[in-house]
Structure formats: structure tokens, C-alpha cells
Write a protein of this length. Structure first.
Length: 140
């Protein structure tokens, strides 16, 4: 297969020109007043969100509810340190696991007893043919 070296060069040149054009287009978009305005709006919006959140956090922290919440969190932390919460969680988890295991045992025993007995009013499945019986391929 013979290729024309000038067509290879022109193809390479066109890809090079495409890259330059894409880079120029992206640069133009990046430097455009619309993009700069959009960026400024986003930055202003984020600043407003930060200001609002800070104001609300300060208001909430001065609130009596927040002070009670803080005391409750400290109480929970103390219970965790002393092991009181761990013992209670362990006991409740143990109780829940026992209940689940009991229910699974009940289900399992019902399932195995149901499987052993054939369902009522349904014929039993036919037995597979033995070697003594002659089976034609059409019967399979």
C-alpha cells in the first residue's frame, strides 16, 4: 500500500490546526465577559451561603435548645466512656439476634416439614424411566 507523503503531511497539519483552533476557542470562552460574570455570581452566591450558615450556627449555639443538645451529646459521650452505653447496646443486640434466630428456626422447621409432604390435590411427579424401560428419543 503506497501512501502519498504530502497527504500524510496535510493530515498532520490539519490535526495541528484543529488543536490550535480548539485551544483558541477555549481561551476565548475563558476570557469572555460572560464567563467572568458567571464566575462572579457563583462566588457571590457561595459567600452568601457561608455568611448565612455562620449566622444561623451562631444563633443556634446561643439558643437554649442547642445548649441542651450539647449537654445531651456530652452525656452520651460520658456513657460511652464508662461503658454504660456499650453494655446496653450489647444487650439489645443480643436480644434482637435471639429473636431473629428463633424466627429463622421456626421458618426452617415449617419449611422442612412442608417440603416432606406432597401438596394436596396435586399428582405426584412421574418417576424417571428405568434402564429396563425402552425410551424413544421422541418421548423425551
Amino acid at each position: 500500500m503506497t501512501e502519498n507523503p504530502s497527504s500524510e503531511d496535510s493530515l498532520k497539519d490539519e490535526f495541528h490546526n484543529l488543536g490550535k483552533n480548539l485551544a483558541g476557542m477555549l481561551r476565548s470562552i475563558w476570557e469572555s465577559p460572560e464567563r467572568k460574570k458567571f464566575q462572579a455570581e457563583i462566588e457571590e452566591g457561595l459567600t452568601d451561603i457561608g455568611t448565612t450558615v455562620n449566622r444561623e450556627v451562631k444563633t443556634f449555639s446561643e439558643n437554649q435548645t442547642a445548649q441542651r443538645l450539647r449537654a445531651d451529646v456530652e452525656d452520651i459521650a460520658e456513657r460511652l466512656r464508662t461503658g454504660e452505653a456499650e453494655a446496653k447496646v450489647r444487650q439489645e443486640l443480643l436480644t434482637a439476634l435471639r429473636m431473629v434466630n428463633n424466627e429463622l428456626d421456626k421458618f426452617s422447621s415449617r419449611w422442612t416439614s412442608d417440603v416432606k409432604e406432597p401438596p394436596p390435590n396435586e399428582p405426584e411427579p412421574p418417576e424417571p424411566p428405568t434402564e429396563e424401560q425402552d425410551v424413544h428419543p421422541d418421548q423425551i
